[in-house]
Ligand binder design. Structure first.
Ligand SMILES: Cc1cc2nc3c(=O)[nH]c(=O)nc-3n(C[C@H](O)[C@H](O)[C@H](O)COP(=O)(O)OP(=O)(O)OC[C@H]3O[C@@H](n4cnc5c(N)ncnc54)[C@H](O)[C@@H]3O)c2cc1C
Length: 408
C-alpha cells in the first residue's frame, strides 16, 4: 500500500493534538490527525468529573509559577501566545461559553465536557484536518524529504510530524507512553516519569478512620528528607479508605512520588501561629475550665476530626482546667505539625497527569520543534510539564499544541 501524502501528521487526538491539528490546518497545511482509539479525546470527556475544567483565571507570572520555575520558564511563550483569556475567547467563538467557578477554575456553562470535545473536533473538521481513528502510530521514520508515519491502517508521508500522544496517566484513555519511544528514536531524553495529581496511599489508622470527611482551610505540605517544605497546599482534603484524596493531597503526589515517599504534614490551623494558639488556649482555660480539650480546636473542623486529634495528643477526656503543660504542648504539635508517612500515590491508573517526559532542554519553547530533529514537534503531556489541579494541564496542552500547529 502506498503512503498518503500530507504536510503534517499529528499523532494523538487529545487536547494537545486537536489544538495542533486545527492550528496547522488553519494555515492551509494538509493535516492528518492519527488517533489510536475508536474515539478521540477520551481524557477530555472524563476531565473535571465530566465537566472539564478548561483553564484558569490565573495569568502572567502568577500562572507561569504554577508549573514550577523550570517548567514555567519553558511554558512562558506558550502561555503568552495562548493566554487563559484567549482560551476562553476561543471556546466562546466555537459556541461553548465558559464561566468561572470556585478556586479560579473555568468550566463550560453547560457543565458538559462533551461540548468542549465536540467543539475541538468541529474546529478540526471545519479547518480541513483529517481525523483518522483506530490508527495507532507504530513508527515514525525519517525519510529524505520528511517523515514516514506507519499505522496498521496505512502509512502517511509528511514534511512535519507532531507527537501529541500524552503521557502514562489513565492508560485506559489511550495514554500508554507510545510517544516516548518515537521521541527516543530521534535521540530525545525521557526524564523519569512518575504519577502526579493522584490520591495518596496512607496507612495511618486515624486517617482511614476519618474516611468520607472533607476538610477546608487546612494546610498540608510535602516534606523532604530533611523536613523542609517542598510543596504546600490549602485546598480541600478528602479522607478515604486508602488515604487522602481531593485537590490538596493530589497536588502533592508528584513531589512525593519523585522522592519515592516521604512525610506529609498537616496544619489544622494555618491562619494561627503556635504562639497565638497557645495564648488563646490559656485564655480559654482561664475562662472556661470545664470545657473539653476538643473545644480548643478550630470550630471549622468536624467533630470527628477534633476527637481524633485529641486522642492522638493523648488528651481525649481532659477538660481545659486539667490540661497540663505537657498535654497542651502535645495538642499544639498535633494541630500545627501532625506528620504522616506516605510511601506512594495510587499510581498511574488514578493519576490525572504524568510528571516527567521529553526533556525540555531538547525542545524549542518558541515553536515546540525538537532541537534534535528538524520537522519533529512535541506538545502536551508527552513533554516534561505538569501543573496543579485547576485547569493548568489543559492550558499547557492547548498552548503547546497551538505553537506546534503554527510551526509544523
Ligand atoms: C480523570 C482526569 C481528569 C482530569 N481533569 C482535568 C481538568 O479538569 N483540567 C485540566 O486542565 N486537566 C485535567 N486532566 C489532565 C488533562 O486531561 C491532560 O493533561 C491532557 O488531556 C493532556 O493532553 P494530551 O493531548 O497531551 O494527552 P492525552 O489527552 O492523553 O491524549 C493523547 C492521545 O494520544 C493518543 N495516542 C496515544 N498513543 C498513540 C499512538 N501510538 N498513535 C495514535 N494515537 C495515540 C491517545 O489515545 C490519546 O487520545 C485530567 C486528567 C484525568 C486523567
Amino acid at each position: 500500500m502506498s503512503a498518503l501524502e500530507v504536510d503534517v501528521v499529528v499523532a494523538g487526538g487529545g487536547a494537545a493534538g486537536l489544538f495542533a491539528a486545527a492550528s496547522a490546518a488553519a494555515r492551509g497545511r494538509r493535516v492528518a490527525l492519527l488517533e489510536k482509539n475508536e474515539r478521540p479525546g477520551l481524557k477530555i470527556l472524563i476531565s473535571g468529573g465530566g465537566r472539564c475544567n478548561v483553564t484558569t483565571t490565573r495569568s502572567g507570572k502568577d500562572l507561569e509559577r504554577q508549573y514550577g520555575e523550570r517548567r514555567g520558564r519553558f511554558l512562558r511563550h506558550a502561555l503568552h501566545t495562548l493566554r487563559p483569556v484567549d482560551v476562553i475567547e476561543h471556546f466562546q467563538g466555537l459556541g461553548v461559553p465558559l464561566r468561572e467557578e470556585d478556586l479560579e477554575k473555568i468550566f463550560p456553562v453547560s457543565q458538559k465536557a462533551r461540548d468542549v470535545l465536540d467543539a475541538l473536533l468541529r474546529d478540526c473538521r471545519d479547518r480541513g484536518a483529517q481525523l483518522v481513528t483506530e490508527a495507532p502510530v507504530q513508527s515514525v521514520r525519517r525519510t529524505e524529504d520528511g517523515f514516514l508515519v506507519s499505522t496498521p491502517r496505512g502509512a502517511w508521508r509528511a514534511e512535519s510530524v507532531v507527537l501529541a500522544t500524552g503521557g502514562l496517566s489513565y492508560p485506559k484513555t489511550g495514554a500508554t507512553g507510545d510517544g516516548y519511544a518515537f521521541a527516543r528514536a530521534f535521540g530525545h531524553t525521557i526524564t523519569g516519569t512518575v504519577p502526579a495529581l493522584a490520591p495518596l496511599s496512607v496507612q495511618e489508622p486515624w486517617v482511614r478512620e476519618l474516611q468520607g470527611i472533607v476538610l477546608h482551610d487546612v494546610e498540608i505540605a510535602a516534606l523532604d528528607a530533611e523536613g523542609r517544605v517542598v510543596n504546600r497546599r490549602t485546598r480541600p482534603i478528602l479522607f478515604t479508605h486508602k488515604g487522602l484524596s481531593g485537590p490538596a493531597p493530589m497536588d502533592l503526589a508528584g513531589d512525593i512520588e519523585e522522592r519515592r515517599g516521604g512525610l506529609v504534614r498537616f496544619d489544622f490551623a494555618p491562619s494561627r501561629t503556635q504562639e497565638q494558639l497557645e495564648a488563646e488556649w490559656l485564655e480559654a482555660a482561664r475562662l472556661h475550665g470545664k470545657r473539653q480539650a476538643a473545644s480548643l480546636l478550630p470550630a471549622s473542623l468536624p467533630e470527628r476530626v477534633r476527637t481524633a486529634l485529641c486522642a492522638l495528643a493523648g488528651c481525649g477526656d481532659a477538660t481545659l482546667a486539667n490540661l497540663d503543660r505537657g498535654a497542651r504542648q502535645r495538642l499544639l504539635r498535633v494541630v500545627k505539625d501532625l506528620r504522616v508517612r506516605c510511601e506512594r500515590s495510587l499510581g498511574f491508573d488514578h493519576a490525572e497527569v504524568t510528571r516527567g517526559g521529553v526533556s525540555l532542554d531538547e525542545v524549542d519553547p518558541k515553536t515546540m520543534e525538537s532541537r534534535l530533529q528538524k520537522g519533529l514537534f512535541l506538545c502536551g503531556e508527552i513533554l516534561d510539564v505538569d501543573g496543579p489541579i485547576g485547569g493548568f494541564n489543559f492550558q499547557a496542552a492547548f498552548g503547546t499544541g497551538r505553537l506546534a500547529g503554527r510551526n509544523a
